[in-house]
Design a protein around this ligand. Structure first.
Ligand SMILES: Nc1ncnc2c1ncn2[C@@H]1O[C@H](COP(=O)(O)OP(=O)(O)O)[C@@H](O)[C@H]1O
Ligand SMILES: [Mg+2]
Length: 347
C-alpha cells in the first residue's frame, strides 16, 4: 500500500526512542500526536477550500454573500448540474441552550415550507432542497434558486431620489408578486429594500420568507423590521395578520425611494403618535398621484389603506413606462423600467 509522505501511521505514535529515559519517551510521542493532528487539520482545511464544503451531499459552498440574525447566506454550486444556488445555512451553535437552538432550526424549516408554498410565482426564488446538515444534523439549511444582481437597498442608495417611472416599475412588479403571494393566503411581513433583488434584466425578486404567516394567523409578538411595520402591529396581531401590513411596508418603500425618508419615526423607535411626518419640500417634488397613493398606503388606520395590491397597482398604472418606450436618460442599474417597457403587466 502506498502511504503518502505526510500521512501519519499508528506506529508514529507508538514508537518510543530506544535508550531514552522515561520522560523523553512519553514526551516525543506527544509531540508526534500534536504534529500529526496539525498536519491532518491543515490537510483537511486545504481539501475543504479546494473542493468547497458540501451540504446535503450535493451543494458546494462557495463565497458567503450575507449574514442575518440566524442564518448565513452562501453562493453555492449544484455539483450535479453545475448551476449556482443560494444556500441559507443556520448559524453554527455556540452558547445557545440546545432547546432554543432547536427552536431556531424549526423556524428554518417553517421558512422552507412557506417558500415552498410559493413555488411557481415569478419573482420568488424556488426552493431546491432543504434539510439538516453537519455531523450532528442539528444545523438546518435551505437551498434556493440563485438570483444574480444587487439587493434593491444597495442599488437605491446609488440613485436616490429615484425617478417616478423607476419607482413605479419597482412597486408595480412587487404588486404583481405580492398579488400571487396573497392569493395563496400568505403575508410576507418583511417587505423592505434588503429583501428585494434586482436582476440584470431589471426584474424584481422578492426573497426571505422568514417571517411569513398565513392570513388570519394570530400572533402576540410584534415582528418585522422597525420602520416598515405598521404602528398597529408593534404589539403583535391579536386579531390575525392581514395583507395590509405588506401594503404598509410597500408604501414605506415608495417613500424611501422618492422622499428618502420612512414615515413615522423611521427605524429608530416605536412609531410616534401623530404622524406620518415627511419633509414637505421633498414631498412636493413627488407627483401628486404618487404622493397621495403613498400616504394612503402608510395610513395609521388600516381601513384607510388600499385594501389589496391590485388597488395599489391600478393607481400606479398611469405612472408606469409605456410598452415599447425608450430607456430613461439616466437609468438605475439594473433598470427596473425595462420590465414594463418590454412586457404587459399581469395585473
Ligand atoms: N435566492 C437568492 N439569490 C441570491 N442572493 C440571495 C438569495 N437569497 C438571499 N440572498 C442574499 O442573502 C442576503 C440575506 O438573505 P435573506 O433571505 O434576506 O436572509 P436574512 O433572513 O438573514 O435576512 C440577501 O440580502 C441577499 O443578498
Ligand atoms: Mg432578509
Amino acid at each position: 500500500m502506498n502511504i503518502p509522505k505526510d500521512t501519519v501511521t499508528a506506529s508514529d505514535f507508538l514508537n518510543t526512542p530506544s535508550g531514552g529515559d522515561q520522560e523523553s519517551a512519553t514526551f516525543i510521542p506527544l509531540i508526534s500526536v500534536v504534529t500529526a493532528l496539525r498536519r491532518t487539520a491543515r490537510r483537511e482545511g486545504r481539501t475543504m477550500y479546494r473542493h468547497g464544503k458540501l451540504v446535503l451531499e450535493r451543494y458546494e459552498l462557495l463565497d458567503q454573500i450575507g449574514s442575518g440574525g440566524q442564518g448565513e447566506l452562501y453562493r453555492g454550486r449544484d455539483t450535479e448540474t453545475g448551476r449556482h444556488v443560494a444556500v441559507k445555512l443556520q448559524k453554527a451553535r455556540l452558547f445557545e441552550p440546545e432547546n432554543s437552538y432547536r427552536g431556531m432550526g424549526d423556524t428554518f424549516e417553517e421558512e422552507a415550507a412557506m417558500t415552498q408554498q410559493l413555488t411557481g410565482i415569478r419573482g420568488v426564488p424556488r426552493v431546491i432542497a432543504s434539510g439538516p446538515v453537519g455531523f450532528t444534523y442539528e444545523r438546518r439549511c435551505i437551498v434556493l434558486e440563485f438570483v444574480e444582481g444587487p439587493v434593491l437597498y444597495d442599488a437605491m442608495l446609488r440613485g436616490r431620489p429615484l425617478r417616478t417611472p423607476t419607482v413605479a416599475s419597482i412597486i408595480g412588479q412587487l404588486c404583481e408578486i405580492l398579488h400571487r403571494v396573497h392569493d395563496r393566503q400568505l403575508v410576507h411581513r418583511d417587505i423592505k429594500p434588503e429583501n428585494v433583488i434586482l436582476d440584470p434584466s431589471g426584474c424584481v425578486w422578492l426573497i426571505d420568507m422568514g417571517l411569513a404567516l398565513h392570513q388570519g394567523e394570530k400572533t402576540d409578538r410584534g415582528d418585522g423590521t422597525p420602520g416598515y411595520v405598521p404602528p398597529d402591529e408593534y404589539d403583535g396581531c391579536p386579531d390575525g395578520v392581514t395583507l395590509l401590513s405588506d401594503i404598509f411596508a410597500l408604501g414605506c418603500m415608495l417613500l424611501e425611494m422618492t422622499v428618502m425618508q420612512l414615515p413615522y419615526a423611521g427605524m429608530a423607535e416605536r412609531p410616534a403618535p401623530d404622524c406620518p411626518v415627511l419633509p414637505p419640500d421633498r414631498m412636493r417634488r413627488v407627483p401628486l398621484q404618487f404622493r397621495s397613493l403613498a400616504l394612503s398606503m402608510v395610513d395609521r388606520v388600516p381601513g384607510n389603506r388600499p385594501q389589496g395590491v391590485r388597488e395599489v397597482f391600478d393607481q400606479l398604472r398611469p405612472l408606469l413606462p409605456i410598452l415599447g418606450s425608450k430607456p430613461p436618460a439616466k437609468p438605475l442599474r439594473p433598470d427596473p423600467t425595462e420590465y414594463y417597457r418590454t412586457r404587459r403587466p399581469t395585473l
